[in-house]
Design a protein around this ligand. Structure first.
Ligand SMILES: [Zn+2]
Length: 122
């Protein structure tokens, strides 16, 4: 099990399972501006322990809920359609892109990273 918390600790999460073999860096304008490295999980793997300052930002087609801490500003996770690498989506399956930089005991910058071409896909 993994634990993630924002800088101020108002938002705390547990994730069942292991880190994926690679993190994902999305090149879309939102992700690039935050420098987030996402670890992907199934929605049922995410357990919200505490979320007293959880705010949501949506843009463009509004399909992705980008959760962030309204107190300390950390990105938390993105609740997103499970887009394929070509940008297609089956219309219902969702995915959690958890901000690997707030996982405890994980140095996200040291892990393998794959890139997804969000800049051109959405
Ligand atoms: Zn916070």
């Amino acid at each position: 099990m993994l634990t993630g918390r924002c800088h101020c600790g108002r938002n705390v999460f547990e994730l069942d399972g292991e880190l994926p073999s690679a993190l994902t860096r999305c090149t879309c304008s939102f992700c690039a501006s935050h420098g987030v490295l996402h670890a992907y999980f199934e929605p049922q793997q995410l357990r919200v322990v505490e979320a007293t300052s959880d705010a949501v930002y949506r843009w463009n087609k509004k399909l992705v809920a980008h959760h962030f801490c309204s107190a300390c500003g950390c990105n938390l996770y993105s609740d997103s359609p499970a887009f394929q690498r070509d940008g297609s989506w089956d219309g219902h399956t969702r995915r959690i892109g958890f901000n690997a930089r707030i996982l405890e005991g994980v140095v996200a910058a040291d892990l393998p990273v794959q890139e997804i071409d969000g800049k051109n896909l959405w």
